[in-house]
Ligand binder design. Structure first.
Ligand SMILES: Nc1ncnc2c1ncn2[C@@H]1O[C@H](COP(=O)(O)OP(=O)(O)O)[C@@H](O)[C@H]1O
Ligand SMILES: O=P(O)(O)OC[C@H](O)CO
Length: 500
């Protein structure tokens, strides 16, 4: 049993680097956070500065330690969680990145993905990796960097360059350039990792033109990834967990068994359902991914994302001027008892899972002379819950098992009206936890488990609910409301055809 008091969670996100120091009761004792710059050099391109990612992450961690009045000696382990899919390539000797980080949102490799589809690789990629062919994932981004930085491909073939996702970059820096590793969850977002064999796939590496020499070694999410050097936090600290941020949130909600699921309501929604120890192939446009692995144990998940969730609430504020801020949406919606028959489908950039229609566009249905701003606001909030039900319905069908309750986090879960409607529409309990930082908590829990702070059974104690929303709507009404939503969605499909 280790006698240190704290676990340090590093949460490297798309817009900021955050660090949180948790104690043995998994209570937050210190927090540090720095924003990172977003760079958009061309339409559809999104880049980060790798050195800024690293420096901001170290600074955030030092702040978190100082805020808790702690020292490096008191930290038993570091857990890392990160924005997923973002790709980096750096020089093995100098440690210098050869190009900015190409961020998960970046669309520059869409053409390369179309070419992969044209070569008929979609089926093989889906079977092996659980993913759809899309620019979202890391492999085509790594290949793009190797092809567009002068001499990079030759240097990569000679073993002079290293590639990886943000976790690999942070571990490499923390360990002073000695460890080039990643975990199974991050590997499962590359389009190169065989979910069944749990290994990089030679065939896909060849097809996607990513040489084996640049790829990190893949380890289980819980376990030793390396030792952070004393120069960073005043003592040598083992890195004992690594997992992608959505998977970390799933773990932080202690969704450790099949059928449990979480939804993070941020700008979009990321919904993950634990499906157990075998991968489940989706027939409804969901991704199959790894939830977490430790020792001999490995869990898989189905994942679906909604593009416009909190962003639709922002649209009510910024686009329509109906509310002063997202928080005001609840009060506004409560001015009316229901939406008055109005349905808002916020398909502003098309529809994600399970529809995958890039030509769908947003629409408002059921307007009458009596429609007010409050009706529109209420209908927009309901659209977050309806889109979530779309994804969860697909998950239940794919997994062949019912949802055992939904655990929630993210900015929009403060909205009680939305949470109650979500429970009503799912016919299932929705649990809001006391933790605002479920992602960092997940990395900390897994690191603490590896460090011997906690036992697997003991983790359930950290499933601290702040409020449970119970379904109260009669089933007939629930199904009728959902049918109306589905009808509305069907009318938005394909709206923005080429040339319209
Ligand atoms: N009370 C609220 N009701 C509905 N939506 C909200 C509320 N508070 C915040 N939001 C939405 O939540 C989002 C911010 O959540 P956050 O988890 O910080 O997102 P992200 O991590 O994607 O930046 C915004 O899009 C905002 O519109
Ligand atoms: O950094 P976040 O929280 O927006 O998460 C990004 C996701 O990991 C992308 O897949």
């Amino acid at each position: 049993m280790c006698m240190s008091n704290y676990i340090l969670a590093l949460d490297q996100g798309t817009t900021s680097s955050r660090a949180i120091l948790f104690d043995r009761e998994a209570v937050m004792r210190g927090i540090g956070q720095y924003d990172i710059a977003q760079s958009f050099p061309k339409p559809g391109w999104v880049e980060h500065d790798p050195n800024q990612i690293w420096e901001s992450q170290v600074a955030a961690a030092r702040d978190a330690i100082a805020a808790a009045g702690a020292t490096g000696q008191q930290i038993a382990a570091i857990g890392i969680t990160n924005q997923r899919e973002t790709a980096l390539v750096w020089d093995r000797t100098t440690g210098e990145p050869v190009y900015p980080a190409v961020v998960w949102q970046d669309r520059r490799t869409s053409g390369a993905c179309e070419a992969l589809k044209a070569r008929g690789l979609e089926g093989e990629i889906a079977r092996k990796t659980g993913l759809v062919v899309d620019a979202y994932f890391s492999a085509t981004k790594i290949a793009w960097i190797l092809d567009h930085v002068e001499g990079a491909r030759e240097r990569a073939e000679r073993g002079e360059l290293l590639a990886g996702t943000v976790d690999s970059w942070l571990i490499w820096k923390l360990t002073g350039g000695t460890e080039h590793v990643t975990d199974v969850t991050n590997a499962s977002r590359t389009m190169l990792f065989d979910l069944h064999r749990r290994a990089w796939d030679e065939e896909l590496m060849r097809e996607l033109r990513v040489p084996a020499a640049v790829l990190p070694e893949v380890r289980m999410s819980g376990g030793l990834f390396g030792i952070a050097r004393a120069e960073w936090f005043g003592a040598e600290i083992p890195i004992l967990s690594v997992l992608g941020d959505q998977q970390a949130a799933l773990f932080g909600h202690t969704c450790l068994e099949a059928g449990s699921a979480k939804n993070t309501y941020g700008t979009g929604c990321f919904i993950l359902m634990n499906t157990g120890t075998e991968p489940v192939a989706s027939e409804h446009g969901l991704l199959t991914t790894i939830a977490w692995g430790m020792g001999e144990e490995l869990y898989y998940a189905l994942e679906g994302s909604v593009f416009m969730a909190g962003a639709a609430v922002q649209w009510l504020e910024e686009g329509l001027g109906l509310i002063d801020n997202p928080m005001a949406s609840e009060e506004k919606a409560m001015e009316v008892p229901d939406t008055g028959g109005v349905v808002v489908v916020p398909a502003f950039t098309g529809l994600g899972a399970p529809y995958w229609d890039m030509y769908a566009r947003g629409a408002i249905f059921g307007l009458t002379r009596g429609t007010t701003a409050a009706h529109l606001v209420r209908a927009t909030l309901e659209s977050l819950a309806c889109q979530t039900r779309d994804v969860i319905g697909a998950m239940e069908k794919d997994a062949g098992m019912p949802l055992t309750g939904l655990r929630v986090d993210g900015g929009a879960v403060r909205n009680d009206l939305l949470m109650q409607f979500q429970a009503d529409l799912l016919g299932s309990e929705v649990t809001r936890t006391v933790y605002a930082e479920t992602t960092a908590l997940g990395a900390a829990l897994l690191a603490g488990l590896s460090a011997g702070f906690w036992t697997r059974e003991g983790l359930e104690a950290f499933n601290r609910s702040e409020r449970v929303f119970k379904p109260a709507m009669p089933e007939a009404e629930r199904e009728e409301r959902y049918a109306v939503w589905q009808d509305a969605v069907a009318r938005t499909v394909g709206w923005e055809k080429h040339g319209r």
